[in-house]
Design a protein around this ligand. Structure first.
Ligand SMILES: Nc1nc2c(ncn2[C@@H]2O[C@H](COP(=O)(O)OP(=O)(O)OP(=O)(O)O)[C@@H](O)[C@H]2O)c(=O)[nH]1
Ligand SMILES: [Mg+2]
Length: 445
C-alpha cells in the first residue's frame, strides 16, 4: 500500500496570521485536488501550472485567488498538494481554511507537512530539523548554516562515518560467518579505523556548543557603578540612541534590553541601573539595583564597566567582587578622557567609538570557539546526544580491541554506534522521538 493512502488529507494556513499582502492555505493528501475543486470557480489546471479564479462557497465569492497544484511525489510533502494564495487578511484566510475542512480535509497538526515529507522520504530527519532551524533562525549566519543542513551538509558527514563503520562491521561479520573463507581483519586495522571514526565524530561534536549558542542566543548584562558609561556603551553596541544618557548618576533605573547580532551570535543585551550603596537613594533606584543584581546573576556574560577617567575606586572594587567569579569582560570606559590606558581591561570610548569593534570580538571569543563557528553545518541537542552515544559505543569497541577480545564482541559495539548514527538521519526512530521533534514546529509547516 502506498504510504499516502494511510493518511488523511490535511490543511492549514501556511502564512503568519495577520494582515499581509498574501495569505496561503495549503492542502496535502490524496483528496487535495478533489477538495480544492469543490471550492474553486475554475477547473484546476495540470500540476505545476497556476490557475486564477475565485474561492466560492455555495455560490458566494469568498476571495480572488491563484491556485498552485503539485502532484505526488513532486511536492513538499511528497503527496498531492494544493496551495491557495489569497489576500492576506486573517478573516479571509480563515474562511478558506474552514472551507477546506468542510470539504473533507482535517486540520494539520504542528509540523505535519514536514513530518509527511520525512515519512515520504523527501528529506531525512536532519533536513526536517533544519527546516525548523531555518524558520526560527535569529541571525543570518545561523539561517545560512540551517540552509546547509537542509541541503544535506550534516547528513553527508554522518553518511561518511556510517559508511566507514559499515565496511568495518561487514568485514568482521564476514569472517565470523565464514571463518574458513574469510580472514579475520587485523586488530591493528580495527584499532586505527575505530580511532579514526571516534575522531571524526569528535570533529562534528566540536561545534555543539557554538550551534547551541547560535540557535538560542545569550544574555549579556552591562554592569558597573552609576555614571560608568553603561548606557552609552549599550547605545554604542546597538548603534542606536536607545537608553537615556545623562551626567547624573542614577539615570538608568529600569532594565532595558534589546537584541543584537554580534557576528552571528544572537545577543540579548541588557542595560542595568548602576549599583551603589542604597542608603542615600530613592525607592525607585533601590528597586532598580535589585533588578540589576538579579540580572547579573542570570546573565551568560557580564560586561563590567568602570569609569577609568576617574580611576578604579572602592565602589568599583565592591561591584567587581560580585562579578569576578562569573564569566565577564573588564572594561575601562571613557578612554578619550583617561590619561593612560588600563593594562588589565579593554579600554573603550563610547563617545569616539574607540575599541567598540574590538570589544565585539572579545565578546565573541568569550562565548564561542571561533573555529567551531566556521563549520558549514550545525547540530542540535538531539543530534549531539546521538553522536555522543555513537562515540561511547566506539570507545567501548576500542577498549575491546585493545584487550584483544573476540571480534564478534567488538562488532556489537560497532553496530550500536551505527544505530545511534541512524537516529540522526532518521533510519531508526521511535514515534515518541518523531512527535517530540515535530511538536516544535508551527501549524502549517
Ligand atoms: N567623554 C566621554 N564621556 C562618556 C563616555 N561614556 C559615557 N560618557 C558620559 O558619562 C556620563 C554617564 O554616562 P551613562 O552612559 O549615562 O552612564 P551609566 O553608567 O548608564 O549611568 P547610570 O545609568 O546613572 O548608572 C554621560 O554624561 C556620558 O555622556 C565616553 O566614552 N567618553
Ligand atoms: Mg545608564
Amino acid at each position: 500500500m502506498n504510504i499516502n493512502d494511510e493518511f488523511e488529507t490535511i490543511s492549514a494556513i501556511a502564512t503568519p496570521l495577520g494582515v499581509g499582502g498574501v495569505g496561503i492555505v495549503r492542502i496535502s493528501g490524496n483528496k487535495a485536488f478533489n477538495i480544492a475543486s469543490k471550492m474553486f470557480s475554475n477547473k484546476i489546471s495540470e500540476p505545476g501550472k497556476i490557475t486564477h479564479g475565485w474561492v466560492v462557497n455555495n455560490g458566494h465569492k469568498i476571495d480572488e485567488v491563484v491556485v498552485l497544484p503539485f502532484k505526488n511525489p513532486n511536492s513538499y510533502t511528497g503527496e498531492d498538494v494544493i496551495e491557495f494564495q489569497c489576500h492576506g487578511g486573517p478573516k479571509v484566510v480563515k474562511e478558506i481554511l474552514d472551507l477546506t475542512i468542510k470539504n473533507g480535509a482535517r486540520l494539520a497538526q504542528r509540523g505535519e507537512f514536514t513530518k509527511r515529507a520525512f515519512l515520504n522520504k523527501k528529506m531525512d530527519l536532519s533536513q526536517a530539523e533544519a527546516v525548523l532551524d531555518l524558520i526560527h533562525a535569529k541571525t543570518s549566519n545561523f539561517a545560512q548554516k540551517s540552509a546547509n543542513n537542509l541541503s544535506g551538509a550534516l547528513a553527508k558527514e554522518i553518511k561518511n562515518i556510517k559508511s566507514a563503520l559499515f565496511t568495518l562491521y561487514s568485514r568482521i561479520i564476514a569472517a565470523v560467518d565464514f571463518p574458513e573463507d574469510v580472514a579475520e581483519p587485523e586488530y591493528s586495522y580495527l584499532k586505527s579505523e575505530i580511532e579514526k571514526n571516534i575522531l571524526q565524530i569528535g570533529k562534528i561534536l566540536k561545534n555543539a556548543n557554538a550551534s547551541n549558542i547560535m540557535r538560542q542566543g545569550i544574555k549579556i548584562a552591562i554592569a558597573g557603578c552609576p555614571n560608568a558609561g553603561k548606557s552609552s556603551l549599550f547605545n554604542a553596541l546597538l548603534n542606536l540612541e536607545r537608553a537615556i544618557v545623562t551626567e547624573i548618576p542614577g539615570t538608568t533605573r529600569d532594565i532595558i534590553q534589546e537584541s543584537i547580532d554580534i557576528d552571528g551570535i544572537p545577543v540579548t543585551l541588557i542595560d542595568t541601573a548602576g549599583i551603589r550603596d542604597n542608603t542615600n537613594i530613592d525607592k525607585v533606584e533601590a528597586i532598580g539595583i535589585e533588578y540589576t543584581k538579579n540580572c547579573v546573576e542570570n546573565a551568560d556574560l557580564i560586561l563590567f564597566l568602570f569609569d577609568w577617567s576617574k580611576g578604579f575606586d572602592e565602589n568599583d572594587a565592591l561591584i567587581y567582587e560580585m562579578i569576578e567569579n562569573k564569566p565577564h569582560i573588564k572594561i575601562a570606559s571613557k578612554a578619550d578622557l583617561a590619561e593612560v590606558s588600563n593594562p588589565e581591561a579593554i579600554n573603550i570610548s563610547s563617545k569616539t567609538g574607540y575599541n567598540i569593534e574590538e570589544l565585539k570580538n572579545k565578546i565573541k571569543e568569550a562565548v564561542v570557539d571561533n573555529e567551531a563557528m566556521e563549520t558549514e553545518f550545525v547540530t542540535n541537542q538531539r543530534q549531539q546526544e546521538c553522536l555522543l552515544n555513537a562515540q561511547k559505543a566506539l570507545k567501548n569497541a576500542l577498549i575491546a580491541t585493545n584487550n584483544g577480545e573476540i571480534q564478534d564482541l567488538i562488532s556489537i559495539d560497532i553496530k550500536a554506534a551505527l544505530l545511534a548514527l541512524d537516529e540522526i538521519t532518521g533510519e531508526v526512530i521511535t514515534d515518541e522521538i518523531l512527535e517530540n521533534i515535530f511538536e516544535h514546529f508551527c501549524i502549517g509547516k
